[in-house]
Design a protein. Structure first.
Length: 201
C-alpha cells in the first residue's frame, strides 16, 4: 500500500498522481503498464514515485483497492435507494457501471481492474481489507426475506450477486451483448437466485 509520503501529499497533487496511474492502467494491462509514463503524466520525478509506492505492483494494489472501496460506497448508496433490497441494488449497480464505462478510458481501466481481481482472487468482502464503509453496507441490507442460515451466509450471497453483476457488466463493455440484453440476462439470473434464496416459497 502507499507510503506515508503519498498519503501526506496535498489533495490536488495526490489526485494528479492517481489520475496518471489510472490513465496508464487504462492504456495498458497492468503487466505492460509503464512507470515512466505515469511519472511523465503526473509531472513528478521518477524517484518520487518510489517514495510514494514500493513498486508498480504496490501502485496497482492501491488503484484496485480504491476501486473496491468505491464499489462499497456505490452499493451503500444504492441499498439506501432500494431500502436494502440487494436484488434491486444489483440491477442499479449494473446500470450505473455500464453508464460510467461508456468512456473508453474508464471502460479499459475497469476491464484491467477486473482482470487483476480475478487473477489474484481478491475478495471484495474480505474483512482484512478494513474498508470503513463495508459494515455500513451490511447493516442496511434487508435480511427479512433472505434465507440466512449461518453467520457467513450474507457474505456469500453478496459475493454471488457481485460476481454475476460484474460478469454482466463485462459482457457489455466487451461488446458481446447490448446494455438492454445484458440487463435482461442479469434480471433472469437474479430471478433464479431469488427462487433459491428467498423464504416462504
Amino acid at each position: 500500500m502507499p507510503k506515508d509520503t503519498f498519503m501526506n501529499l496535498n489533495e490536488e497533487k495526490r489526485e494528479k498522481v492517481e489520475k496518471a496511474m489510472e490513465k496508464e492502467f487504462a492504456r495498458a494491462t497492468f503487466e505492460k503498464a509503464s512507470v515512466s509514463r505515469i511519472v511523465k503524466d503526473a509531472e513528478i520525478p521518477r524517484g518520487s514515485f518510489y517514495q510514494y509506492f514500493e513498486d508498480k505492483e504496490d501502485a496497482i494494489r492501491y488503484i484496485v483497492q480504491k476501486h473496491i472501496s468505491l464499489e462499497h460506497k456505490m452499493m451503500y448508496e444504492l441499498l439506501l435507494q432500494t431500502q436494502g433490497d440487494i436484488f434491486d441494488m444489483a440491477v442499479l449497480v449494473f446500470e450505473k457501471m455500464t453508464n460510467e464505462t461508456k468512456e473508453t478510458d474508464k471502460r479499459e481501466l475497469y476491464k484491467n481492474i477486473m482482470k487483476e481481481i480475478k487473477k489474484n482472487n481478491i475478495d471484495i468482502f474480505d474483512e482484512n481489507l478494513k474498508f470503513d464503509d463495508l459494515e455500513q453496507v451490511k447493516s442496511i441490507i434487508d435480511k427479512n426475506n433472505l434465507n440466512i442460515q449461518q453467520e457467513d451466509s450474507l457474505k456469500y450471497i453478496m459475493k454471488i450477486l457481485v460476481n454475476i453483476t460484474r460478469s454482466a457488466v463485462i459482457e457489455v463493455i466487451d461488446n458481446k451483448v447490448s446494455i438492454e440484453q445484458g440487463k435482461a440476462d442479469l434480471q433472469e439470473q437474479l430471478k433464479i437466485l431469488k427462487r433459491g434464496m428467498l423464504k416462504n416459497q
